[in-house]
Design a protein around this ligand. Structure first.
Ligand code: CA
Length: 226
């Protein structure tokens, strides 16, 4: 899950990023509206936290531009208590929800979870299943029957992406964008290394699930030996 934070109060922006990272989200932070729009237009994010009063371009205009460009990423507006008009205006312009500053961590996380909730096979927000495996966010591990294995953070993030898109070929390029960000210099062979770790771990827990290679393109999560 990749979240863009657009907030010019540096302390608040960094605090948001810290909270989200601690909860296993991947974050990118920008501090003005123009950078916010540029980043958001890439379409790689699962959710955008968007302040309204921003230098450069204000949040409402960022939002209008995004929707005009057919980017439908869920947007959570960050508003001050006094900005009631902006709040209404924001919802009219295509924001999905808003959060009034100051807010408590639990509320932020609940709203982000609601906006990023996927259709399909979610038991609860801390566990994703596919076939005979479940991926557990809190323990950063995969379980198959009574076996489980710990994952590194990157392994977890790749696995989460695969489980969210089962039977679909995920191009390596897209995995890099989703996990490391749009302008990262991660190379294909870095991904290959993580995939080989994940394959060893999947085989260690005796699952029917395997990561298949689509030669020259990427990977997909499949059931085998059924
Ligand atoms: Ca602001």
């Amino acid at each position: 899950m990749h979240i863009l934070i657009v907030e010019d109060e540096v302390q608040l922006a960094d605090a948001l990023s810290e909270i989200l990272k601690r909860n296993k989200y991947i974050t990118d932070t920008v501090y003005d509206g123009n950078d916010g729009l540029d980043s958001a237009l890439t379409g790689i994010y699962d959710c955008i936290l968007l302040d309204i009063m921003l230098p450069g371009m204000n949040g409402i205009d960022v939002l209008k531009n995004l929707r005009k460009n057919k980017i439908s990423t869920p947007v959570l507006l960050l508003t001050a208590r006094s900005e009631v008009e902006d709040k209404i205006n924001g919802l009219d312009c295509g924001a999905d929800d808003y959060l009034t500053k100051p807010f408590v961590t639990g509320e932020l996380l609940a709203r982000v979870r609601a906006l990023t909730r996927r259709k399909g096979e979610i038991i609860n927000e801390n566990s994703f299943t596919f076939s005979d495996i479940s991926l557990n966010k809190n323990s950063c591990s995969i379980t198959c029957q009574n076996n489980d294995v710990k994952l590194s953070l990157k392994e977890y993030q790749i696995m989460e992406l695969l489980i969210a898109n089962p039977h679909q070929i995920l191009p390596k390029e897209r995995i890099i964008e989703k996990i490391w960000g749009y302008e990262s210099d991660v190379e294909y062979n870095n991904i290959e290394v993580y995939i080989s770790f994940l394959r060893k771990k999947l085989s260690a827990i005796g699952t029917n699930v395997a990561i298949k290679t689509a030669r020259g393109i990427g990977y997909s999560l499949e059931e085998v030996n059924l």
